[in-house]
Design a protein around this ligand. Structure first.
Ligand code: CMP
Length: 139
């Protein structure tokens, strides 16, 4: 059964571009409630751990370098059917394939620097949220 929470990061390229406000506005207008949020920076070690599931992929090294290159915004979001609805809002991983009006279509530069992360399952939403936030940081 679908849960009502997902996890997102606004990635270093979008933070550097000054796109935090625009992306959060789209998230709010799509009906997501912010449960937890922080502005932080991943070490290379932490980025490697977060994306461990992609360790064998050819882009893993590039992904870790990119995700630890600058600050990010991490957040847990709440809405009915959160994981699927958030993936619809952000669009395809590759922004050239993302639908018009999606966050990645508007803000992403490339498949690597794709502006935002969104959990791909309820299980990963739980794991990824727990990676960043304690119970006391959730409201
Ligand atoms: P994300 O949704 O955060 O999950 C895994 C990330 O790996 C993805 O967004 C992209 O940033 C990155 N990624 C996926 N495929 C590629 C690829 N072919 N080349 C480079 N980076 C990729």
């Amino acid at each position: 059964m679908a849960t009502n929470r997902t996890f997102t990061m606004i990635k270093p390229d979008a933070v550097e571009n000054g796109s935090i406000g625009g992306i959060l506005k789209m998230i709010n207008e799509a009906g997501f409630r912010i449960v937890a949020m922080k502005y932080t920076k991943l070490s290379a070690e932490a980025a490697g751990k977060f994306y461990e599931v992609h360790k064998e992929r050819p882009f893993y090294g590039e992904l870790v370098d990119y995700m630890s290159a600058g600050p990010i915004v991490a957040a847990i979001l709440e809405k009915e059917n959160a994981v699927a609805d958030f993936r619809t809002l952000i669009g395809a991983t590759d922004p050239t394939k993302a639908d018009e009006g999606t966050i990645r279509k508007i803000y992403a530069k490339s498949i690597a620097a794709n502006a935002v992360h969104g959990s791909d399952s309820d299980e990963n939403a739980q794991i990824e949220g727990d990676f960043y936030f304690s119970k006391l940081e959730r409201f």
